[in-house]
Design a binder for this molecule. Structure first.
Ligand code: NDP
Length: 331
């Protein structure tokens, strides 16, 4: 996607006082918008089926967000309440009566919590839950094991690494920038780190994982996945969280050593975080909230101000220019 060519910034006046609301509807002044890699997959032809519907050409893009209710025609929803759910890439969003995004229940948590509100789009929201679900349900970590995490300084990766440290694992991470590498080593105390753009991944994994890898938390797919399959141990687990290296390419990488799955009796399992809100949302909020309060977790955000900067900020996620959870501060 090219900002200005594929995405257009439009200004329109709205009259809040006279804004028409049907029964059950609210008008929200947006504060924070989450930008996430999955949005690239929504920029496709609508006939191509996927877990998240395609964006519609000519319509405002949407994403998870947090805002304040400025007008309400909904029972139990007052002006001034927090709203958490799907919003547009816009300053005000008209929320219809049947709107659902899976994070509505966060509005109460946001009101009660002392954490920065934007954390509910990151460590206490969808990316944090992805880390928690992927690591616990699929990775099944055991003390003393070695985990390797790609895109390790990102919204999901930095949480995976810190939970894994809490659980007594040896944590190895890669990222594509020296400042990110420094952060992982010095701030998050990863046991081993490397910049995959300036180092050879195969050599680094041999050096940093002399006893092999037990869990691979895969955020990138492609050639790195192929390399990891050569270093992973028998009965290793691959948490297939995402494959960002493949999202923006016309020539997908064909992983060549899939026979390793058989010989090493590997478990490779994907997941979609929204399937797990119901089952794990509550324990996640409780446990992560506690760890944060106890100072056991840190969280790096990349906050960009102004909705007009959202297109460029989104493209930056796909080129690795973001450092931490990408959030747009709208006002
Ligand atoms: P990040 O905050 O980590 O941002 C994306 C990062 O990916 C970039 O900063 C960059 O970091 C890295 N990257 C970008 N392009 C490439 C490339 N071509 N090759 C290798 N790395 C690249 O994003 P998130 O933490 O939000 O998401 C991480 C992954 O998790 C994504 O694949 C995403 O789709 C997936 N995800 C899956 C969910 C699920 O339900 N399964 C839910 C949420 C996220 P670097 O400097 O390290 O290159």
């Amino acid at each position: 996607p090219v900002p200005g060519e594929h995405m257009e910034f439009v200004t329109r006046e709205i009259d809040i006082e006279n804004f028409p609301l049907a029964d059950g509807e609210i008008l929200v002044k947006n504060q924070y918008l989450s930008l996430d890699p999955y949005m690239r997959g929504k920029m496709r032809h609508p006939s191509a089926k996927s877990y998240s519907p395609a964006f519609e050409i000519g319509k405002v893009l949407d994403g998870r967000g947090i805002g304040i209710v400025v007008k309400s025609n909904k029972k139990d929803c007052q002006v001034g309440d927090y709203y958490a759910g799907l919003i547009g890439w816009e300053e005000y969003t008209h929320i219809l009566a049947n709107a659902k995004s899976g994070i509505e229940s966060l509005a109460n948590e946001i009101t009660k919590s002392n954490a920065p509100k934007s954390y509910f789009l990151g460590i206490l929201g969808m990316p944090g839950l992805s880390a928690y679900v992927g690591l616990n349900k699929i990775g099944k970590p055991k003390k003393g094991e070695t985990i390797f995490i790609t895109a390790a300084s990102g919204a999901v990766g930095q949480v995976v690494g810190q939970i894994a440290k809490i659980k007594g694992l040896r944590v190895i991470g890669s990222a594509g920038d020296d400042a990110k590498i420094k952060y992982l080593k010095e701030e998050l105390n990863f046991d081993g780190v490397f910049n995959y753009k300036t180092c050879n991944t195969d050599e680094k994994l041999r050096e940093l994982c002399p006893n092999g890898i037990d869990i691979y938390f895969d955020n990138v797919g492609g050639e790195t996945l192929e390399t990891v399959l050569n270093h992973i141990n028998i009965f290793g687990r691959v948490v297939a969280c995402g494959m960002i290296s493949q999202y923006n390419t016309k020539t997908p990488y064909g992983v060549k050593n899939l026979m390793q799955i058989v010989g090493k009796r590997l478990l490779i399992q994907g997941f979609i975080v929204s399937d797990h809100y119901q089952e794990m949302g509550e324990s996640f909020q409780k446990e992560m909230g506690e760890w944060l309060k106890q100072g056991k977790l840190k969280y790096k955000e990349d906050i960009v101000e102004g909705i007009q900067n959202a297109p460029e900020a989104f493209v930056n996620i796909l080129t690795g220019k973001n450092f931490g959870k990408m959030v747009i501060k709208i006002c």
